[in-house]
Design a binder for this molecule. Sequence first.
Ligand code: NAD
Length: 443
Amino acid sequence: MKITVFGTGYVGLVTGTCLADVGHDVICVDVDEAKVEGLKNGVIPIYEPGLESMVLRNYKEGRLNFTTDAELGVNHGVLQFIAVGTPPDEDGSADLQYVLAVAKTIGKYMNDYKVIIDKSTVPVGTADKVKSAVAEILKNRNSALNFDICSNPEFLKEGAALEDFTKPSRIVVGTDSQQVEELMRECYGPYNRNHEKLMFMDVRAAELTKYAANAMLATKISFMNELSQLAERLNVDIEQVRQGIGSDPRIGYQFIYPGCGYGGSCFPKDVQALAMTADQVGYDAQLLKAVEAVNLRQKETLFAKVNKALDGNLKGKKIALWGLSFKPNTDDMRAAPSRVLMESLWDAGASVVAYDPEAMNETHRIYGKRDDLTLVGTREIAVEGADALVICTEWKSFRAVDFEWLKGKLTNPVIIDGRNLYNPEDVNKAGFKYYAVARGDSL
Ligand code: NAD
């Protein structure tokens, strides 16, 4: 099947590559010339486990191609996936300018029937806007060409994107057209062999389903972070509470880890955008607004703890950071808690020595060269002579630590753990002051 994907970011590149991997003939279009040039030369712009070899193999075998030539892309596929960014606008609502720009491009160049698929996360009603944008261009061209719009939100997680795309829990497709249903079955057939994964529904229901999923997951995290604040003040170990509630199958263990706040390109913007959608239809979505507010407050806790642990005297202090990406197994720094911490530390006159297994280039790209940020190649170098160690991301390689060794490296035996990686008894026994998230250490 001939397929075109607009956008070669986390979603577009994974979608295009996985669809090529099962034999479809895919062209990925991006406006970023450097990215496209890089991809043609085997340079993968993002870190995603397993992606590099899959891109290289499918590109070499000719099923996956990259271009900046939108006309070529539009003329290629009967399916036209839109997988471009939908960043927050100034008021928090989703900015649809990139999605609508692609819609207009498709309208401009199409010469036969197309199915235009919104894979980007877009608010309810966007399919109608895409339809109008395409229809208007066709009208100006005096063209009576047929097209359909369909919603196919993506549920992959960065860090496990290939696994999620190739073994999805469900594939949501919003359409009212039998023809689109058949074409989408053909597209996803290879990933839908053993159990029926395709869920067909109304376009607007599909659009809302994506926001509902992200808002639910973000709510679980904020709920647990709120409880951790309470537990800290009540001198309760939240870990015992987590196990106590997770064992209830109605609640489950997933997404109930307290931490230093959720980040990434999805939860923060999608919770805000859904709250804005509610405002626009005259409903005050109090729970969604609270989820966001709790998260913003939680992101500030790391700095507050470092500040308190060092008696409010951060000027000239050197703070070691383990982990920069917003979660493990990705290089994505968008809305990462580490950024809130670093920026506050710099404002207070401290310097940062940081290590992350994958996000160093991205950190350098964001902050450039500055005297108060040193990026180092191992976790061991990061802690040498530091006044405190802060753990921002729960990378696997941070889980086992020789605390005796670590004590010899740090100037002060202080660990602030935003991810509850260690057993407080072990760390305290080694002579550290250990400030985790509601582990009975109240700071
Ligand atoms: P991204 O920022 O990584 O990539 C977007 C890409 O689109 C960029 O390469 C950009 O150059 C390109 N682009 C912009 N305008 C274009 C145009 N006119 N033509 C062609 N390409 C264009 O974004 P992402 O993280 O892949 O997210 C894309 C969408 O998918 C968003 O709506 C996001 O909310 C949603 N989503 C993301 C994830 C995730 O984990 N990142 C998961 C599910 C859904």
